[in-house]
Design a protein around this ligand. Structure first.
Ligand SMILES: Nc1ncnc2c1ncn2[C@@H]1O[C@H](COP(=O)(O)OP(=O)(O)OP(=O)(O)O)[C@@H](O)[C@H]1O
Ligand SMILES: [Mg+2]
Length: 504
């Protein structure tokens, strides 16, 4: 028998539908991935299933004890990864009948992700796994509940199988949309033809005698009116038939160097024989490296190797680490408590930026916080929406160097793409940590890897050829020089030539 059964379920928020479920069942032993965009209602569904939220319409039967591990953020005492591991371990130890995990793999490094996958593969109860982590979902789940356009639907197979089905659906929707447009066009032509014919009828034939004209007038008028009516019907039919909507597409938005405080200087960070410690432990020994303006540096290494500690050391101007005076640092670390839940989204962002309203709105829109969020309270945002808000506040702030510690947790695919795109075109310097390999390779121009108290720097081993990624850096230098009235015009000219060359 089924342990979870939902029928004609509807969840409203402030009187507006968040999602509906026509019919979904889950049985013991099922391993179900729950996927969907940020704010689609995944955590809300979990709260209905655990019984913490009773506010819904329709039928919801949960037959069994539910253990729930909620979506969380890192705290000061423990890294997010460590905290989540402890909670998952605790949850599994009670051998729950029904286990719901909400984003369990955020902040986990690869060995810990592997551990989590193994634990979940060995779990025999009913598992509902809410996640944006494709790797985890594919390794663990055998069914998928996806929420799209406000509706939860079940798909057989793991995330990859679901994506294939969805892509086919989108392709045929696209084709149907094109067909529909063509059909609408044909209908419009037919409608015009009928109107024109009606017009001609009303005018009558030039060769008609006056008496013929007046005798046939009422008949001609009646026929013309009929034609007009049928043309009108055609239009109505066209409108009725237009059921297919255009598949969803997103647009990016980019800021330019003039939106930021200018950076002058040759290096942003200079480390000379620098030793990094966490309490008694030595994490880096005699490290020497430089980070140049416009670089996007990924710090890589297992949990606990010192990535965050290095970021903190740079922030603290530790001995042996020099931070350029012109650097204005914007810091993202996943600490949801840094936000004031009482404020609205717009108040929060507005307070963080000096850029014009419209620029701020554009960045918010690109990241997935459109106008409907402006007046919402920060406290009511979903996990992913909170991350987006924190990111926006930093991206539009008055900074020219960004330090991002795991900015990708909880973000849906569209937001991930938007963020990667944004950073690829960001004219300042970025130093970041992300366990998401795809994101890292998309964004980084350089990776520094922690390895046995050393920082492996590929830039010092191989000389990179002028890659396409040089372009933003050159453009950045150029824009900065343009702002500088004392800039050497010969240098400017040389830069222009280099930019032209890089553009190919
Ligand atoms: N009081 C409220 N007013 C307006 N919107 C609200 C309110 N409370 C919740 N919401 C919205 O309900 C939506 C559902 O949130 P939920 O936490 O279920 O999303 P989610 O699918 O878990 O997202 P994520 O992937 O970001 O964790 C969010 O868009 C949130 O902003
Ligand atoms: Mg959630």
């Amino acid at each position: 028998m089924s342990e979870i059964n939902m029928m004609k379920l509807e969840k409203l928020i402030n009187g507006r539908p968040l999602f509906t479920v026509a019919h979904l069942v889950a049985n013991g032993g099922d391993r179900i991935g729950i996927v969907g965009r940020n704010g689609a209602g995944k955590s809300t569904l979990a709260h209905l299933l655990t019984g913490t939220d009773h506010d819904y319409h329709g039928q919801l039967i949960v037959d069994g004890v539910v253990t729930y591990v909620a979506q969380i953020a890192a705290s000061n005492e423990q890294s997010g990864g460590q905290a989540m591991m402890a909670r998952v371990r605790q949850a599994l130890s009670v051998r729950p009948e029904i286990l719901i995990l909400d984003e369990p793999s955020s902040n986990l490094d690869e060995p810990h992700q592997a551990w989590l996958i193994k634990q979940l593969q060995h779990y025999h109860g009913l598992l509902l796994l809410i996640s944006h982590d494709r790797h985890l979902l594919n390794a663990v789940t055998t069914q998928t509940w996806a929420v799209r356009h406000g509706e939860f639907k079940a798909y057989p197979g793991n995330y990859a199988a679901y994506r294939t089905q969805l892509d086919q659906q989108i392709t045929s929707q696209q084709a149907a949309y094109v067909r529909q447009n063509r059909h609408q066009h044909d209908l419009k032509l037919a409608m015009q033809a009928r109107h024109e014919k009606a017009q001609r009828l009303r005018k009558g034939n030039r060769r008609m005698t006056p008496s013929e004209r007046s005798n046939s007038k009422s008949l001609r008028e009646a026929t013309a009116a009929k034609l007009d009516r049928s043309a009108k019907k055609l239009v109505e039919r066209g409108e009725r038939e237009a059921k297919v909507t255009k598949p969803f597409t997103t647009t990016g938005f980019k800021l330019v160097a003039t939106d930021f405080p200018a950076f002058t200087g040759k290096t942003v960070v200079t480390a000379t024989n620098f030793t990094l410690r966490r309490q008694q432990q030595v994490l880096l020994k005699q490290a020497t490296f430089q980070i140049k303006p416009g670089e996007r540096v990924a710090l890589v290494g297992p949990n606990g190797s010192g990535k965050t500690t290095l970021l903190t050391a740079i922030l603290a101007h530790q001995a042996g680490l020099n931070l350029a005076p012109a650097a204005k640092l914007g810091v993202f670390k996943q600490d949801m408590t840094a936000l004031d839940g009482q404020l609205t989204v717009w108040q929060t962002v507005r307070a963080a930026s000096q850029l014009p309203d419209q620029t701020v709105r554009n960045v918010m829109g690109a990241l997935g916080l459109p106008a409907r969020f402006y007046q919402q309270s920060v406290a009511s945002l979903s996990g992913g929406e909170l991350v987006k808000l924190q990111l926006v506040a930093i991206l539009v702030g008055n900074y020219n160097v960004l330090m991002l510690d795991e900015p990708t947790n909880y973000l849906d695919v569209d937001a991930l793409d938007a963020l990667a795109d944004y950073l690829q075109h960001y004219p300042g310097t970025v130093i970041f940590v992300s366990h998401d390999t795809t994101f890292r390779t998309q964004v980084a121009t350089r990776q520094l890897t922690f390895d046995q108290q050393r920082l492996i720097d590929p830039a010092r081993v191989t000389v990179k050829a002028a890659a396409p990624s040089d372009l933003p850096l050159l453009q950045f230098k150029y824009d900065q020089m343009m702002l500088d009235p004392s800039a050497d015009s010969a240098v400017l000219q040389a830069l222009r030539a280099q930019i032209a060359a890089a553009k190919g």
